[in-house]
Design a protein around this ligand. Structure first.
Ligand code: HEC
Length: 183
């Protein structure tokens, strides 16, 4: 008896579509990207707050400069890469690329966007930009220079002679967490 031609079950078909998509690059996973950004942001905030409580803003500057890059690296696993970028830059190794600048333009045009997603280039398939807007706690180190203690100004100047990331006001777009999906 000849085997009858049966319709391919929907689940199998879906699996084939997913396999094909990942073969030529997976579709963007917004939820996973947002979850990664959130976990990184929370971990950093927790360490920043603990350092502030233990040793004030000067101690927190040291923690931020050492822990922010380390936590971003620790969060960069399983084909993801995370970094922070600013509309103005404190640490020049965080300087925005052309693509980062375009993402800022889009985030500035829509103050309520939870993220923007852009197709990547090179080894990056997708880039998710999760906005960081200035909260009261950020002003201490990113607000008006005149409002900072001499000690804090000195601690910042010692580490960041080219610091430009000051003068922000509450609600401003400070920058973004960039979550990259690698090819
Ligand atoms: C205790 C001081 C301090 C506070 C408070 C603080 N920051 Fe920063 N921020 C820093 C330092 C120091 C760096 C440089 C980190 C590095 O070397 O990577 C930095 C860098 C950044 C960057 C990366 C871009 C750049 O300029 O290098 C972003 C984005 C950022 N901060 C956002 C925020 C936001 C949002 C808040 C509030 C939730 C905040 N910061 C609060 C000290 C602070």
């Amino acid at each position: 008896m000849r085997p009858s031609l049966r319709p391919v079950p929907a689940a199998l078909l879906a699996a084939a579509v997913v396999a094909a998509a990942s073969a030529c690059g997976a579709p963007p996973d917004d939820a996973a990207a947002l979850a990664r950004a959130k976990a990184f942001q929370q971990a950093l905030k927790q360490e920043l707050m603990a350092a502030m409580a233990a040793g004030g803003p000067v101690r927190a500057v040291a923690v931020c400069s050492e822990r922010a890059p380390a936590l971003a690296q620790a969060a960069s696993t399983d084909g993801w890469r995370l970094r922070r970028v600013g509309t103005k830059t404190r640490n020049i190794t965080n300087s925005p690329s052309k693509a980062d600048g375009e993402a800022f333009d889009r985030l500035l045009a829509d103050a309520t966007a939870p993220f923007v997603r852009m197709a990547g280039d090179g080894d990056v398939h997708w880039r998710h930009y999760v906005p960081l807007r200035v909260e009261a706690a950020c002003l201490l180190c990113h607000g008006q220079k005149a409002g900072m203690s001499d000690e804090l100004q000195q601690a910042l100047a010692a580490r960041y002679p080219q610091d430009d990331a000051v003068g922000y006001a509450l609600g401003d777009l400070r920058g973004a967490i960039v979550v990259e999906t690698l090819r």
